[in-house]
Design a protein around this ligand. Structure first.
Ligand code: TF8
Length: 338
């Protein structure tokens, strides 16, 4: 084949590909979506959002941007979620726990010791069970793009290491704004106080509260080690993260724009979980190096803590709803092979 016809065939193919991409991209408008985060930008949420944003930019021919705001600058998890519902904010990254006051079924994830490991959580959330929960959100003005993670929660305080259930007695603990967490920590014996995440550091610093509970990554990212001496590995709950988009704004987007957001939120999810788990694996050492005293709880004492908190299941079953509880527990049985 003469060189010029080979070149022209190449040009024709390139032109056709360009036209197809152009046609798809014509369905994208210039967009700048603002997303609120309670944590600071070095958190693995930052890795996830960077990945998601690069993906939307690429798929939209540079038109769809995601602009992240950190440290609760646009509000706490709950106030951010309310802004997303009204459409004054595009997106919020939040734990499920603060959203339980809006969608009670999500409370199932806050039941103590529900998941044993991250693999179980992934299988439940990424499958039909996760979809069932996501399908509840449009009715309250929210679209969940994907399940990211906050992770397994552990306990810190400035009074003493927790080695048995009695050590919780009288410790003033900040908990998330959620009746299940409040009841769990009251039942364990603490003096539990609900509070927005954005207020926790200063509440710990001023000793308004003695302790709090969060995943390692948050303890490290928020520098709670500066104001907390003891870290006890309670692993009492796994917090899933919702990537919530405003339904009001969602309904104004073209189908390719919507598909792009969903696909890119999944790419973001894989990167966010990877980064979160990598950081989690290093966190205990980092927190020790920052001066925290870290302790585990002996298995027999852990069993007593589990038993004490097991009443939470029955007490909150009605509020959460049987359907949600049955679905998650039968899926867990299937995954565990029993
Ligand atoms: C809490 C939550 C929060 C997260 C974070 C803002 O303790 O774990 O830290 O939702 O993404 O309030």
């Amino acid at each position: 084949m003469p060189i010029h016809s080979r070149l022209s065939r190449f040009a024709a193919v390139a032109l056709a590909a360009g036209l197809a991409a152009g046609a798809a991209q014509a369905q994208f408008k210039e967009r700048n979506f603002r997303v609120s985060n309670g944590v600071s930008k070095e958190h693995p949420m930052g890795n996830g959002l960077a990945k998601m944003g690069a993906c939307t930019l690429e798929k939209s021919g540079g038109k769809m941007k995601i602009q992240a705001f950190w440290d609760g600058a646009l509000g706490s998890d709950l106030t951010g979620t309310q802004s997303v519902r009204t459409g004054s904010l595009d997106m919020v990254i939040t734990s499920t726990a603060p959203v339980v006051s809006i969608v009670p079924a999500l409370g199932v994830f806050d039941l103590p010791f529900l998941f044993n490991n991250a693999g179980e959580a992934d299988q439940v959330l990424d499958g039909k069970v996760g979809d069932w929960f996501s399908a509840k959100l449009p009715a309250v003005g929210l679209v969940n793009l994907a399940w990211w993670e906050n992770g397994f929660r552990h306990t810190t305080n400035s009074k003493r290491p927790i080695t048995k259930v009695e050590d919780f007695d009288g410790v003033k603990m900040r908990v998330m704004q959620n009746t299940i967490f409040l009841d769990t920590f009251k039942t364990l014996g603490t003096n539990a106080v609900p509070m927005a995440f954005t207020e926790v550091y200063s509440a710990l610093e001023t000793k308004t509260v003695d302790g709090q509970e969060n995943p390692f990554t948050n303890i490290e990212n928020m520098k709670f080690y500066e104001v907390q001496k003891y870290l006890t590995l309670t692993k009492h709950a796994y917090s899933p993260t919702l990537v919530l988009f405003s339904k009001k704004i969602w309904d104004t987007l073209s189908p390719p724009e919507q598909t792009t957001l969903r696909e890119c939120a999944l790419q973001g999810r894989d990167e966010q979980r990877r980064a979160n788990r990598a950081m989690e694996a290093r966190s205990v050492d980092n927190l020790k190096a920052k001066g925290m005293a870290v302790n585990e709880i002996a298995p027999a004492e852990m069993q007593r803590i589990r038993e004490r908190s097991s009443v939470i299941y029955e007490r909150h079953a009605k509020a959460i709803g049987d359907e949600a509880i049955t679905m998650v527990s039968s899926e867990l049985k299937r995954i565990r092979g029993n």
